[in-house]
Design a protein around this ligand. Structure first.
Ligand code: SF4
Ligand code: MG
Length: 279
């Protein structure tokens, strides 16, 4: 699939707002914003039919930097808001975005159950293995022996989460990993994630050069997954372990997995519930 956007009515820049990002120079999140707007332009989605729901943190500012409807919400609760929106307005394309701390610590429980519910949402975690906005504390994806934070001068000693493995185990029907240093490759992944009829999880390796300057080395460390996307979760789990945490691409895609059916598609109508609870 090509994500060339020349000749389209709306260009990627049309999906950006006039607000200038306050991210640090070199932050990977700039490229993620570019990839998201490129994917939206490729899909030719009207801006009023797209919503970007985010949590709290550096990457969660992304809602304000787009020109689609946005909600810059409460820490770790972006998926809850997005699920409510999608249930009420199933025709919208709902993107959810945030960081590793927001989505896997404060919002960890919502993440697991959003995967399990398999609503038609696209969730992007910009993973830099650190809390950037609060100035560099260990997050759930930080390696156990990272010692640069004054809060954990001897490292956390705790095994980091594996977000893609968690998504797969919890029931997400589309699991991918991208890299901000490859925005075109990431845009292609996002197009497929948006098209997938179910919960799409995209972990994006997005360096925080301010608090994790060593992540500059990620450019030389990423490599594609050894095989094409599979619909077999056992194969996907094995590939995740074999290819390691720097492998990128679409890992798992299973459109046959039953997606959550919105209220408008089941027999009970919202009006029925309202009538039942009327005082
Ligand atoms: Fe990006 Fe890190 Fe700066 Fe936050 S602190 S804007 S994550 S580089
Ligand atoms: Mg982070």
């Amino acid at each position: 699939m090509d994500t060339a956007t020349a000749g389209l009515a709306l260009k990627p820049k049309d999906y950006k707002s006039d607000i200038k990002p306050v991210w640090c120079p070199g932050c990977g999140d700039f490229a993620v914003l570019n990839a998201i707007t490129k994917a939206l332009a490729f899909k030719e989605l009207p801006r009023e039919e797209v919503a970007m729901i985010t949590g709290i943190g550096c990457s969660s500012r992304i809602a304000a930097y787009t020109s689609v409807y946005g909600f810059h919400g409460v820490h770790g609760r972006a998926l809850a808001v997005a699920a409510g929106l999608k249930a009420a307005r199933p025709e919208l394309t709902v993107l959810v975005a945030g960081g590793d701390g927001d989505g896997l610590s404060i919002g960890g429980n919502h993440f697991i159950h959003a995967c399990r519910r398999n609503m038609d949402l696209t969730y992007v975690i910009m993973d830099n293995e650190v809390y950037g906005m609060t100035k560099g504390q260990a997050s759930p994806t930080t390696a156990a022996d990272w010692t640069r934070s004054k809060l954990t001068p001897h490292g956390t000693g705790i095994r980091p989460f594996q977000p893609a493995a968690m998504a797969l185990t919890a029931g997400a029907s589309f699991v991918a990993r991208g890299f901000s240093g490859d925005p075109n490759g990431l845009a292609k992944i996002l197009v497929e994630a948006i098209e997938h009829p179910g919960f799409s999880f995209v972990q994006v390796l997005s360096p925080c050069l301010t608090f994790r300057p060593e992540q500059k080395e990620w450019k030389g460390a990423v490599q594609p997954f050894a095989g094409e996307a599979t619909d077999d979760p056992v194969v996907a789990a094995a590939r995740l372990q074999a290819d390691g945490p720097m492998a990128t691409g679409i890992l798992y895609r299973n459109p046959g997995y039953p997606a959550y059916r919105p209220v408008s598609e089941v027999s009970a109508r919202v009006e029925d519930y309202e009538e039942e609870f009327a005082l």
